[in-house]
Design a binder for this molecule. Sequence first.
Ligand code: GLP
Length: 261
Amino acid sequence: MEIIIKETMNDAGILGAKIVARIIREIDRPVLGLATGNSQLPLYKELVRMGKEGLSFKHVRTFNLDEFVGISPTHPASFFSFMNENLFGQIDIIKSNTAIPNGQAANIPKECDEYERKILEAGGIDIQVLGIGEDGHLGFNEPTSSLSSRTRIKTLHHITKAANSNAFGGIENVPNHVLTMGLGTIMNTRCCLLLAFGEKKAKAVQDMVEGPLSAGCPASVLQLHERSIIILDREAASLLERREYYDEVYKGKPDWQKWEQ
Ligand code: GLP
């Protein structure tokens, strides 16, 4: 794992956007895995800014991690709305090249299988953007999710429902079920880029980076990923025992290996 600790969320978002933009520029038909949540906002804001300065998304395909079951894409709390508002609506991406699991599908298992098939047909995901839940979830893979799971329906834990309650105007309105790429789906991506900020994420980050590999902290599966980049702010990194070492490693990298270049 490459652990990068930045002073602020904004600095972290700018760095994350540089990594994504490099893939967009260097790969012919780049495939991005995207995530929702506040942690992604600085990254998307910077990508939008880069887009205004000439970065084109016309050749980019995207697959989002997850969506709530049973709500319409036009619902303000849907991840479809989130993506349109914070990214797709502000860049030159071709809408038919973007995909989000359809939480209103009549046949959910079929929708999930087709989602997996479409990712494969696109050639797989070049970079998967991720956040982390306070309970260590990735996408909506709650603790005890199989570490090799594929896209499927899951039931939300009350901690996750509470974290999403504002968007729905109360926890009682948060759907119980979601569709999410599985941890196995995420592990098949060529690179993972996880952003986490604030003290609320510190314990989950510690478990993910320094804890045992365990379905108790689904994000710990990234310890097995051949290429994962974790960008944190000081608060989210505060419980890491080896944080000085991670800082030293990043600062001591030769310039050509630094993402800032
Ligand atoms: C939801 C999403 C996750 C995201 C998490 C954290 O559960 N399904 O993909 O990582 O929220 O969100 P935030 O960044 O707002 O804390």
